[in-house]
Design a protein around this ligand. Structure first.
Ligand code: IMP
Length: 433
């Protein structure tokens, strides 16, 4: 039995989807454990692209079960939309290959309305959320007024909870956020109807995982967002409202820490960020534009242009500690081809002193200057390289330096979006190439 967790080590968009897709071949179950439809991964189904925000990409692999854990916040409209879209492309979706945890919290129309109205009210100070109601839904979960998947299958509970919530939310929306109130009847009817459709999928995911483990099945836990967007450990308040760190695979799926065997951290060969917030290695120059264009760095959920910068090993080293990483996967390495010099930030300089971990205070972080090491770049197109030996010497040097600074092995190197554009040095499931 081997269970693997894949997490993002930066600010999300590291290319987790591709690694998850590749590793799914070795897994029996694929489980998401936090976040919601703020995440997005591009799937290619019969040559056609589809962007999924909730359903794990494992759904495209025959015979694999995909589970949506209790740690997620789920917009049922989005989930049903994705199920329909995939079905229209010939992907079978039944309770045999998809489950939704009965304890997952449900995103309601007032969550989306509050998210959008709050951002609007903040003006220049906005966080740049995805506007999907993620934060307000997690707020209600912690405030113990949230609506869970199971509630959608109990008309009385659903009705009472919507009524109680709407009273407060409508007051907040109209009196504080100068927004429109929402109507009880239409919300109740649509959520009840969606609950009826989703009922066969709503299960005890924790029990299901336990049974699978007892049968010796292999599980892949798919993290969303990235470590530095973590509500506890990220660049607070410019973070998401969940914990993308690996430990959440336990609380967000309903299993114990003893069930996790290998944690793989996805490291994009450079850094990107969408939304607002500090970014010490950001490049507001031609090199940043070069990376943005070559890497097609646009958000999968909002289509926003991603900010780009050099690889920041301060972030990666924090991620190694916070997630207990066993190995890293380097993605989008091919994007850096053609750059004369490549820089790696190895430390920050803060008020004349060197620091090796990102300060919690945003004021202190804004004074941090990256300390760079400069390495030679490479001209060759590496997108068709399939083995370590074929890589240009300069590329190997870049990778080896990342590995040395990380202190943990590189297991996978990705040189393009296609499944075959991958160099596997050590498979986290099998230990082999
Ligand atoms: P929220 O998760 O929609 O509340 O947005 C909070 C912050 O997290 C914003 O800066 C978003 O751009 C960022 N964010 C949320 N999900 C993702 C993701 O999947 N990739 C990258 N950034 C994300």
């Amino acid at each position: 039995m081997t269970n693997v967790v894949v997490v993002g080590t930066q600010w999300g968009d590291e290319g987790k989807g591709k690694v998850v897709d590749m590793l799914t071949e070795y897994a029996d179950l694929v489980v998401r454990y936090q976040g919601g439809n703020n995440a997005g991964h591009t799937l290619v189904v019969n040559g056609e692209q589809t962007i999924c925000h909730l359903i794990p990409s494992g759904i495209l692999h025959k015979g694999k079960r995909c589970l949506i854990g209790n740690g997620l916040v789920v917009d049922p409209e989005v989930l049903l939309g994705e199920m329909e879209e995939l079905r229209s492309k010939g992907v079978e979706i039944t309770p045999e290959n998809l489950s939704l945890s009965e304890k997952a919290h449900i995103i309601m129309p007032y969550h989306r309305a509050i998210d959008l109205a709050r951002e609007e009210a903040k003006g220049k100070k906005k966080l740049g959320t995805t506007g999907r109601g993620i934060g307000p839904c997690y707020e209600d979960k912690v405030a113990r007024v949230g609506i869970r998947a199971i509630d959608m299958t109990e008309p009385d509970t659903l009705s009472e909870k919507i009524k109680v919530n709407l009273e407060e939310k409508n007051f907040y929306l109209t009196e504080f956020l100068n927004s429109e109130p929402l109507d009880y009847d239409s919300i109740y009817e649509s959520y009840l109807r969606m609950g009826e459709i989703l009922k066969p999928y709503i299960r005890d995911v924790s029990l299901e995982i336990e049974k699978a483990i007892l049968k010796g099945k292999r599980i892949l836990f798919e993290g969303a967002q990235g470590t530095h967007l973590d509500v506890d450990h990220g660049t607070y308040p410019y973070v998401t409202s969940s914990n993308p760190v690996a430990g959440t695979a336990c609380s967000g799926a309903g299993i114990g820490p003893d069930k996790l065997n290998h944690i793989n951290g996805i490291v994009k060969a450079y850094t990107t960020r969408v939304g607002a917030g500090p970014f010490p290695t950001e490049l507001n120059d031609e090199t940043g534009d070069y990376i943005q264009e070559r890497g097609a760095e646009f958000g999968a959920t909002t289509g926003r242009r991603r900010r780009c910068g050099w690889l920041d090993m301060v972030l990666i080293k924090d991620s190694i500690r916070l997630n207990g990483l066993n190995s890293i996967s380097i993605t989008k390495l091919d994007v850096l081809s053609g750059l004369k010099k490549i820089k790696i930030c190895v430390e920050y300089e803060l008020d004349g002193e060197r620091v090796g971990s990102r300060p919690a205070s945003l004021k202190r972080l804004s004074r941090c200057k990256p300390v760079y090491e400069e390495l030679p770049g490479w001209d060759q197109d590496i997108s068709s390289v399939r083995s370590w030996d074929e890589l240009p010497d300069e590329t190997k040097r870049y990778l080896l330096r990342i590995q040395e600074l990380s202190g943990i092995p590189i297991s996978i190197v990705s040189v393009g979006p296609m499944r075959e554009q991958t160099i596997i040095l050590s498979n986290p499931f099998t230990g082999g190439p």
